[in-house]
Ligand binder design. Structure first.
Ligand SMILES: [Zn+2]
Length: 177
């Protein structure tokens, strides 16, 4: 059992690097120091850090909606080095590959969290209105207390970012702080 768990959503080369296949913009780059600080905080306290990792088959049908990105096993699908370097020797870093927006769809995240039994799940990552939102929705369905760190989430679309923050607080009952 662990009081707090950190969920780091899609902080991957293809989304965060300027030359990434589906770069999420400067806003996404700007959250890196905050997210790194959070990861460091959890590591220093021996708390679990779960990396949700977009990882697609090259033929994935999601590529009808978005350009190909985060191909399974590629560098694009790897966690950015600023965060990876913090957990290289950390045994409580858990990687959950996914191929849809929600971190729960066809993954073992449900079981991972059921084992950890956290009181609070803290969420950072990209994009606020896509993978963050749909993962937070499922966390709220499962009655976890969810904290979304405002400084730790971003999107390429500012309007959608603001809408998603409202949706998560007013509709889903997550705490944004
Ligand atoms: Zn994807």
């Amino acid at each position: 059992m662990s009081e707090r768990v950190l969920l780091v959503v899609d902080m991957l080369n293809d989304f965060i690097r300027k030359d990434g296949a589906l770069y999420c913009g400067e806003g996404a780059e700007k959250i890196v120091p905050f997210v790194a600080g959070k990861v460091q905080e959890f590591v220093s306290q021996g708390l679990p850090v779960i990396f949700i990792i977009d990882a697609h088959d090259p033929q994935d049908l999601e590529f009808k909606r978005f350009p190909p990105h985060c191909i399974y096993g590629s560098e694009g699908s790897d966690v950015i080095r600023e965060l990876k370097s913090l957990v290289e020797e950390y045994s409580f870093a858990i990687r959950v590959p996914k191929s849809r927006y929600s971190g729960f769809f066809r993954t073992n995240l449900n079981e991972v969290l059921r084992d950890l039994k956290p009181k609070t799940v803290e969420v950072v990552g990209v994009c606020t209105h896509i993978c963050v939102l749909y993962t937070v929705e499922e966390l709220c369905n499962r009655d976890y207390e969810v904290i979304v760190h405002r400084e730790g989430v971003a999107s390429y679309d500012q309007e959608a970012h603001r809408w998603a923050i409202r949706q998560m607080t007013e509709v889903l009952g997550a705490r944004v702080c």
